[in-house]
Design a binder for this molecule. Sequence first.
Ligand code: GLA
Length: 351
Amino acid sequence: MTQKIVAQAHGRVNLIGEHTDYNGGWVLPTSIPQYTEIVLEKRNDQKVQLISERKESKREYIYNLGEEIPTDSWVDYLQGITKFLAPLPCGFNVHISSNIPEGSGLSSSAALEMSFLKALKELFELPHTATDLALLGQKVENEFVGARVGIMDQMATSLAQENEAIFLDTLDLSFERVSLPMEEMDLLVINSGITHRLSSADGGYNQRRAECEEAAKICGAKFLRDVTLEDLKSKDLHPQLIKRARHVISENSRVKEAVLAIKNKNLPRLGELFYASHASMRDDFEVSIPEIDLLVNLASQNKNVYGARLTGGGFGGSVVIITKKGTKEEVARELIPRYEKETGSKGTVLV
Ligand code: GLA
């Protein structure tokens, strides 16, 4: 019987620190229960057969190693990996199953890449460390898929565990595990039902990144991490670039403050930082959408909620909400019907 390798990677929810990773800044993701699982089996030829099964669909694709061609679909995450790992000794069958919803801001693509990479590492005894694999996943997105994402998702899906957040410095990739005071809070993630795509097709994400790079350059820095709000005032920046940079600079401070609030179990403060982060993404970075704003707004009206914000790249996706311990079901029950009534979109509880 041929050997079967099984590997998994969980989705992530970013608590705070959005659009800071490609600016050399800080992020604070945690793991979610949903995951992607890969089963790999060697073949005697050079073919890679992909079978992806989800509750709602089954998809298949087959290609030859060395003949990876972008298709503008999910298979590119895997094709990109085999292209960059070439030469691999033989082909293989890949069976994928996942319950992380796609385009919901919970890193379904990074979980796909990282579970596949972990399985390949085992099958072919690759020398790569977890960080090498994360960087390779990012390279695939940047250079094969066409989404100029940062490193947060790949690091989070390979490192994060439930009930703790990873306080990651995206410049040198050093990190600290910060345990979440789960005895005092619940974490609730609600998917707006509006999916996003971060690849070049819709441009918004890559455009934000280009704006940040331009703002940093005008300020004489490699990354916005090293720019201050005072620097922004002293330079001749277009008002739009000021807004983008202001989000990143203020968000970096919020991440550090959030870590302190978590360590001090100061959940009201953490909640304030969530709302401030959301407002900054909505008004300065302009990556929110009305449906997500509505979810955050409805959450803020509930007395059991400490804070809520858009999580992930934006342009759709999910909100992350911190509630008082033992109240998340009640909050979700109250919020979702109101959201559905006002938008006509279907909201789902993910965590
Ligand atoms: C996506 C990207 C990440 C990060 C977030 C926004 O999830 O993959 O690198 O930039 O958006 O914080």
